[in-house]
Each structure stands twice: as C-alpha cells, then as structure tokens.
Write a protein that binds this ligand. Structure first.
Ligand code: SF4
Length: 586
C-alpha cells in the first residue's frame, strides 16, 4: 500500500516520566514528534486520526469500531512515576492489552516510556503477541525509519543519517529531526479534545548529564541523548502560538540548568572525563547562561501573547555547589518566566547514608543552599504570587533507608521552615521498582505517618505563607466538581489545587481569592467576592462565619462593611477580611 493511503490512528495514552509530563492539560513533546514524523514519512494529515486516552475511553465501543477500519494504530504510553491526575487518566496496561485483543485488522504499534519497562510489567507477555513494540527509544524516529523502509522512499529527513545518529546514541542529527517534527506536530493542539486549555510541555534536552546516575532512576535506561538548539525550540513555540496555545513548560529535561544547546554534550563530557564525576571538572557539561538567556528571550519573542512560561526539574546539587554561577541563571529565568513557577528539586532523602548508597547527587546542605538561592532570587512577588520557588521531592523505599532516615527528612524540612524559607510543594512518593534495583520495603503505617507529619508541620504552614489569605490567583481553570466545591488549577508547573464553593464548571477560567488552607490545596472565592450577593455555601466556607451567621447575612443582606460586622459580631476578626468582602452597591 502506498504510504499516503495508510489510514492511521494515533492514540495519546499519556506519559509521565521523571523528566517529562504528558497528562492533560500537558501535551508531551513525544506525541507531537510522532505526528510530525508520520507526515514526514509520507502519511497524509487527513489520514491521521488523533485521539487521547480519555477520548478513547469515553466512547470505547464506537472508537473500537472505527479503529478496526484503520491500517495502522499507534499508541504512545508509559507512566514510570506514580501520579494522581485531575484532568486525564493514562491508558492502563489492561486497556492497552484490551486494544491488542479487540483489534484484528490494523497493525498495532506500541511506543513510549512503557517500552522501557514493559517486560517487567505483570501480564506483559500478551503485549508481544499483538503489538509491534518499538522498544528502541525515540518512537518518532523509529516509526519514521520504518515508513521510509516500507515505501522505499526517503522522507524529508535522510534515513541513513538518522539511523546512524540513533546508533551512536543521538546527538545533533536526531535533535534536528525531532525539532522539525515538533513544528509539524504543533497541529496536534488544535485536534486535542482539551483545546485550548492545554500546556505545551517543551523538551530542551534528553538524558541525565551525570556520567553515573542515581541507582533507582529510569533515565539511565535511555540510550539516546541530545540537546536541542534554542533556535529550534523558539521556532516550535512560534508554531504552537499560531495555534492559539500560549502556555509552556520547559519540563522535559533532567536538569534545566544543564541546558547548553550543544547537541553533542554527552560525547564531550565522556571524552573529557574518565568516567568518574568530579564537581567542577569539564566532565560535567558546560553551564551556559548565554544559551539559557537566548532560549528564554527567544521564547518570549516567539510568542508575544505568552501567558505561562514555567520550568520543571533542576538538580539542586550543582546549584548549591556553584551558587554564584547559578545566581545568574536564576536571574535570567526570573526575568522571563511568569509568576508561580516551581523548580522541582530531587533531594530524595536527607539521610547521608541513603544518598551515598544510591549515588544521589545532592547533599542536604547543597539542597539547602539551592533553596536559599531560589528564595532570594525567585521569592519576590509578581501579581501577588512568588515568581519562582523550589519544590522538593522525597523518595521512600530507597536502598539503605532506616527509620532514622524518616527522622532526618522531617528534621531537614523543619530546619528549612525555621529559617523562614519557602517551599512551594513537597512530593513524597515510593520507589517504583526498576530492573534489578532492590528497593527497601516501605511500611505503610510509617509512610502514612511521615506524610501526615509533613502535612501538619510543613505543608499547611508553607501554603499559608506562599498564598496568604487574600491572595488573588488569576487564570484558574475549573475542572472537576466534588460535592459542593469546584476544583481548579491555574496552568503551570505544579499548580496549586483550589477548591471554589459552588459549581463553576461552565466557566472557561476564573479569578479567585484565597480564604483558607488545607495541607495540599487551598479554598478560594470567586474574585471579586460580593458578600451581599453570596449564597449560603460560599458564606459557610468562610472560616469563622458558620451556618448561623451565613443564614443571617442572607436574610439581612448588608449594604456595607459596618452592617456586615454588626451581623458577624465582635468575635469575628473583621479587620482580616476587609479586603476580601466587597459590596455590589459600592
Ligand atoms: S540526577 Fe539522578 S534522578 Fe536526576 S536524572 Fe540523573 S539519574 Fe535521574
């Protein structure tokens, strides 16, 4: 069959890796690369049906009938870190297997991070029978090579050069091909069911810059590495912006400050070093602030209507060790990013023994220094929200962990709080079994106890400081109704979960004002909040009002603040709420 006639379905089963997020509202770069590669490989855009995991699930039987009419069905999937998602549910192994069992005619291809770990998954054997599993990396490139092979024609990217580049472990040619496909793949946004409430996850580079990685981390399974040039990334942003998306997260890399724009950085590092790492040597890729500035300023120029520019991972080790160079990088980021940005730090454990046993890069002291630095440079508020704050990741069940490790973790967090430093969020998860890595058994009671202590002693006080009562948060996307609260989040990196009294699902986005703090979420009222028009539910969520006073407010409908205070009585701390309560007549 001629390639252009191949009827194809591309299913985004969503991916979530330590270095990349592709669960809505985030759209992974990988799905966009694949779409671009299919077109470059000769498949006509009108012959490609795009659907997401949720889209497929919502009308499964109908979709299965339509999928059966295709020649080729490609599934991108794989969550290698556990996650709770509000707006999308990744395709499960059971669902993937079901697709394999129910579809007969089309050729089925499975690609994505799932192919790095699939052999260890329970019941994975059935996958091999029904799917053509692209176990190599960079599914887009492998699919493109297959299409060229099948048609006997070279597409726009020279297949032999691409193939050689992949064999050598990546580098510039692979990065250039992917960047070309990223531009074509921008079309995915308009075909996405979540359009336009989407964020583009942008890849800057691939691979861990450390020569010998942390023993538990799936990044080591990746054999292909590359860096993307800033010009290519900004060209991609321009294409995405033209499709009406203006939210970006530089979230697809292992450590943003190691972005150099040099496609062959790993080769350089390997030839310069002897395989052992040393902190200040050339064996660690250059930290290139000039390129970082080019990247950030280029993105701003490429999308003058940009609304969100956030980042994800930064390794706290190098940041804490080289604070003067890091300061300049952070200043660049904070000049161009948008408020509410979060740099997630993988401390993983504050126990030095665990750090050594697992070859983790950052010590607690280096992480503390990195937290100080981000607070100093990124802690200033813009539009009422801190510009850039650190997030902290803990991993439980690491080799060498004891009950003392839990104590050290908590002690570390308490010392950060005592120093007056802010953390935007703390992520506590368990090690995902990977290959031969022997994780430590985590006692459920201990895990829950630690989480509870962190919630009470750290998370809630931190939330009160990061989002004090009265803070106005813009661009909140309402997404889910639970009981009498609508839950929503502003787009961005690790966005705060906000409960808003009432049903606001019909609204595309809203502005809210913070009134109360949970452990990992906050409660907010629509902004501005007109107390004389409020309903009972809204009023009862306000701390200190209660049902009786709320009913009284509704009955008496005060016209101004002094009338309201009379209803609330002297025990209500009126001065704390003056900026929050508005009156429609004033
Ligand atoms: S530094 Fe460690 S956790 Fe981060 S990507 Fe490298 S191996 Fe993984």
């Amino acid at each position: 069959m001629k390639t252009e006639r191949i009827k194809t379905a591309l299913i985004d089963g969503y991916l979530d890796e330590p270095s990349c997020l592709g669960v809505p509202p985030y759209v992974s770069p990988h799905i966009r690369y694949i779409y671009g590669a299919l077109i470059d490989g000769g498949i006509l855009p009108e012959n490609i049906d795009f659907l997401t995991a949720d889209h497929y699930r919502s009308q499964k039987e109908d979709r299965l009938v339509k999928l059966e009419e295709k020649d080729l069905v490609i599934i991108l999937a794989g969550t290698t870190v556990p996650g709770n998602y509000l707006e999308g549910q990744p395709l499960s192994l059971t669902e993937i297997k079901e697709l394999g069992e129910k579809l007969f005619y089309p050729t089925l291809v499975l690609t994505g991070p799932i192919t790095l770990v699939w052999e260890n998954l329970p019941g994975a054997a059935g996958l091999r029978e029904n799917f053509d599993i692209i176990t190599g990396e960079i599914g887009a490139a492998r699919l493109y090579l297959r299409l060229c092979d099948q048609s006997g024609k070279a597409g726009r990217v020279e297949p032999s050069q691409l193939s050689n580049s992949l064999k050598k472990g990546g580098g510039g040619f692979t990065a250039e091909a992917l960047s070309r496909w990223a531009i074509k793949g921008a079309e995915i946004f308009k075909r996405h069911p979540g359009y336009p409430r989407l964020l583009a996850e942008i890849e800057t580079f691939r691979g861990c810059p450390r020569l010998r990685g942390c023993s538990f981390c799936s990044e080591q399974l990746k054999q292909v590495h590359y860096q993307r040039r800033p010009e290519n990334i900004t060209a991609e942003v321009r294409e995405i912006a033209e499709r009406g998306i203006h939210n970006y997260r530089l979230g697809c890399q292992t450590d943003l400050l190691n972005y150099t724009g040099r496609p062959d950085y790993r080769k350089i590092s390997e030839s310069a070093g002897s395989g052992t790492e040393s902190v200040d040597s050339d064996a660690i890729p250059a930290w290139n602030n000039r390129v970082l500035k080019k990247l950030y300023s280029g993105i701003r120029k490429a999308d003058p209507n940009l609304r969100v520019l956030h980042l994800d991972n930064i390794n706290p080790g190098p940041l804490g060790r080289q604070s003067s160079r890091a300061s300049r990088s952070l200043e660049i980021i904070c000049r161009y990013n948008t408020p509410g940005d979060v740099a997630a730090f993988g401390l993983e454990s504050a126990d030095p023994k665990v750090i050594r046993s697992n070859n983790i890069d950052a010590s607690p002291e280096e992480t503390r220094e990195a937290i100080r630095l981000i607070n100093e440079i990124g802690g200033r508020r813009e539009e009422g929200i801190p510009k850039l704050l650190p997030g902290l990741n803990f991993l439980l069940g690491l080799r060498g962990e004891t009950s003392r490790s839990y104590e050290l973790n908590l002690k570390f967090l308490e010392s950060i709080k005592a120093e007056g430093l802010l953390l935007r969020r703390i992520n506590i998860r368990q090690v995902n079994p990977l290959g031969s890595y022997q994780s430590q058994q985590v006692q459920r009671s201990k895990f829950l106890e630690f989480k509870e202590m962190v919630n009470q002693k750290i998370n809630q006080p931190m939330l009160k400081k990061v989002f004090p009562r009265g803070t106005v948060i813009k661009n909140v996307w309402p997404v889910q109704l639970r009981g009498s609260l609508t839950f929503g989040r502003p787009p961005g990196s690790y966005p705060i979960l906000i409960g808003i009294p009432g049903n606001h699902l019909a609204r595309q986005e809203m502005e809210v004002q913070v009134i109360d703090h949970g452990y990992r979420s906050i409660t907010a009222l629509p902004y501005p909040f007109y107390v004389d028009r409020a309903d009972l539910k809204e009023l009862t969520y306000i701390p200190g009002i209660g049902k009786n006073r709320a009913q009284k407010i509704i009955l008496e409908r005060p016209d101004d603040y002094s009338e309201l205070l009379k209803i609330l009585g002297p025990s209500f701390p009126g001065e704390e709420w003056q900026d929050i309560f508005h009156f429609s007549s004033n």
